[in-house]
Design a protein around this ligand. Structure first.
Ligand SMILES: [Zn+2]
Length: 167
């Protein structure tokens, strides 16, 4: 039996000795090289048994939560992500139904564009490209609607804060 074959069984000899043949055991008794390798492997395994994973720092949880809040406050990159974030995390609670309405409007416009493309698909002009252009236009319009809603909202807040002085 060659050493290479025995060395492949060394881990089994330590973890599950019952599966290792007597032939392998006999070789290890006689071969200094394989015995040394077995001792080295055993030492490594004992070291790993005594190793303990370090406890996370006591500030880990609070730092993690702070980081999460930061991520929530951070402005997402895309147009859709901005709308989504506004609906999910927006502090303007009363704006949510209006923003949802604007979204529904967008879906209606988008659906109408699609229906127009379907009905005119028999004509020869390249309607597919124009449908995409229409979609982009409606996206732009809705961005403007949202901006106007924002402006309305800010005005409303100004009026509310000013009303005690007027009374
Ligand atoms: Zn050997």
């Amino acid at each position: 039996m060659i050493c290479r074959k025995v060395k492949a069984n060394l881990a089994d000899l330590l973890l599950d000795p019952g599966t290792v043949s007597a032939e392998v055991r006999n070789h290890i008794d006689q071969c200094a090289g394989c015995r040394a390798e077995l001792d080295s492997l055993r030492a490594t395994m004992q070291l790993m048994d005594t190793w303990q994973a370090p406890e996370p720092s006591p500030y880990f949880d609070s730092r993690m939560m702070a980081r999460l809040r930061e991520e929530q406050r951070a402005e997402p990159a895309g147009f859709w992500e901005r709308i989504q974030a506004r609906l999910l995390y927006g502090s303007n609670m009363h704006l949510r139904p209006m923003a949802a309405g604007a979204l529904a409007l967008l879906l209606i416009i988008g659906g109408g564009t699609y229906a127009g493309w379907m009905s005119s698909s028999t004509s020869s002009r390249p309607v597919r490209a124009s449908a995409v252009v229409e979609d982009l236009k409606s996206l732009d319009e809705n961005a403007q609607i949202l901006q106007q809603l924002n402006a309305l909202d800010e005005n409303g807040q100004d009026n509310n804060s000013a009303s005690p002085d007027n009374l």
